[in-house]
Ligand binder design. Structure first.
Ligand code: FES
Ligand code: FE2
Length: 421
């Protein structure tokens, strides 16, 4: 259970709110790089309650600007993208990728240069890494980017997909911190995914895992420790990294066991759900997910809303063709996040022991948002403390401490080689 005040504190992301200000200390994963073509259409971008426009110039550079034209506010999503600048269709003001106003055709020629020089469009630093366009909304000197192991991999080793949902970022994040739903909500999929059957059997052998935690500068590592039928322990190790990252062991049927999810707030009521999958040693066999054919820039498109239960098929449930009634795994996650209510009412929930990781995550975030010194410390650690972050599951001997397991030992690569063959 969470107090009304804390629920609000965690859910509000606008500038001037504690969580919004905390989040502005981090680079925001904004869009897949595929969403921006050189010279292509400018794309609307809404993050942390702020409306922007992003475009890729013909020379490949990316510009991220306030959505409204600095003249009289027409949306620059309507603008032309040419000559490495956006040209507003109302009066032709031209703004380059750095926010400089480089032409104001309606101003008399003798005053034009001086006038242009006085005006600057609000522009946001951006960087491309791991197939993601990252945007800095924090003002001042940008903080370091997170040094995740996947940040510097070649593009062919990293893939991603996103879904835009009508639910708070917190609903999405908590779904990712919650391992108990996997064998229930996603039961149709985990049964058929390669490598999942053994994991499922092991998880089913001991239904009440012990949760153990290791505090980290930017979040925590969590292990669900179970007795295994083989005699030792079966551990599933996950990691939460503030403010919106969760690393989950072998999920989603992708050809990589490495998955990072992110729940990015567009505003208080909408969020972008990311799956980023990567292979640290070789190119991904398939960069697209099993949901091929759907728009990887919005997997949730067309789901609908409460009036059609977000696309749930009762017929498929009745005929036992599907447990949840949803056509793909991620629609199940999106549907339950939206069906909790845009802001889940956390004052009424009855938490069980499988919710302990969620409680830990909330506590971490409340502290970091309330106490500026704590928030600063988390943000400052992002550039140096995340090089070993990953999730995995393993069988270990009874007397082994999972905290001592190698995170990037050769044994963890065996599966990737198989997948590549
Ligand atoms: S509103 Fe854009 S040029 Fe006038
Ligand atoms: Fe899920």
């Amino acid at each position: 259970m969470l107090s009304k005040e804390d629920n609000q504190l965690l859910s509000q992301v606008g500038s001037g709110t504690p969580m919004g200000d905390f989040m502005r200390r981090f680079w925001v994963p904004a869009m897949r790089i595929e969403a921006l073509d050189p010279g292509g259409n400018p794309v609307k971008l809404r993050l942390l309650g702020h409306d922007m426009v992003a475009f890729r110039a013909h020379d490949g550079r990316i510009g991220v600007l306030d959505e409204g034209c600095p003249h009289r506010g027409v949306s620059l999503t309507l603008a032309h993208n040419s000559d490495c600048a956006l040209t507003c269709i109302f009066h032709g003001w031209k703004i380059d990728v750095d926010g400089n106003v480089v032409d104001v055709p309606a101003e008399p020629p003798e005053r034009r240069a001086a006038f242009q020089g006085r005006i600057k469009a609000k522009h946001y630093p951006s960087v491309e890494k791991a197939g993601v366009v990252w945007v800095w909304l924090g003002g001042g000197v940008p903080a370091p980017l997170p040094n995740f192991p996947w940040m510097n991999l070649p593009p062919e080793n990293v893939g991603s997909r996103i879904g835009i949902i009508h639910a708070s970022w917190l609903n999405g994040l908590e779904g990712q911190l919650d391992s108990a739903h996997v064998g229930i909500l996603h039961q149709d999929w985990v049964k058929v995914l390669p490598g999942q059957v053994a994991d499922l059997e092991r998880a089913a052998f001991d239904l009440s895992p012990r949760f153990e935690f290791e505090e980290k500068p930017c979040g925590y590592r969590e292990a669900a420790v179970r007795n295994s039928q083989e005699g030792g322990l079966y551990v599933r190790i996950r990691e939460f990294v503030a403010p919106w990252y969760s690393f989950i062991p072998s999920m989603g049927g992708l050809d990589s066991g490495h998955l990072c999810t992110m729940s990015i707030p567009m505003d208080d009521e909408h969020s972008i759900q990311w799956d980023l999958f990567y292979n640290p040693v070789s190119p991904l066999v398939r960069r697209n997910s099993p949901d091929d054919g759907r728009d990887q820039n919005d997997l949730a498109a067309g789901m609908g809303d409460v009036t059609n239960r977000w696309g749930q098929s009762r017929e498929r449930m009745r005929s036992n063709a599907s447990f949840s009634g949803y056509p793909i795994l991620r629609h199940e996650d999106y549907a339950v996040a939206m069906a909790q209510g845009v802001w889940a009412d956390r004052t009424k929930e009855q938490l069980s022991s499988s919710d302990i990781p969620i409680v830990r995550g909330r506590r971490f975030l409340v502290n970091a948002a309330r106490d500026q010194a704590v928030g600063d410390k988390v943000a400052a650690s992002m550039g140096t403390e995340l090089g070993q972050v990953r999730a995995f599951s393993d069988l270990i001997a009874k007397n082994t401490d999972w905290r001592t397991l190698p995170l990037y030992g050769p044994e963890h690569y065996a599966g990737f080689k198989e997948a590549a063959e």
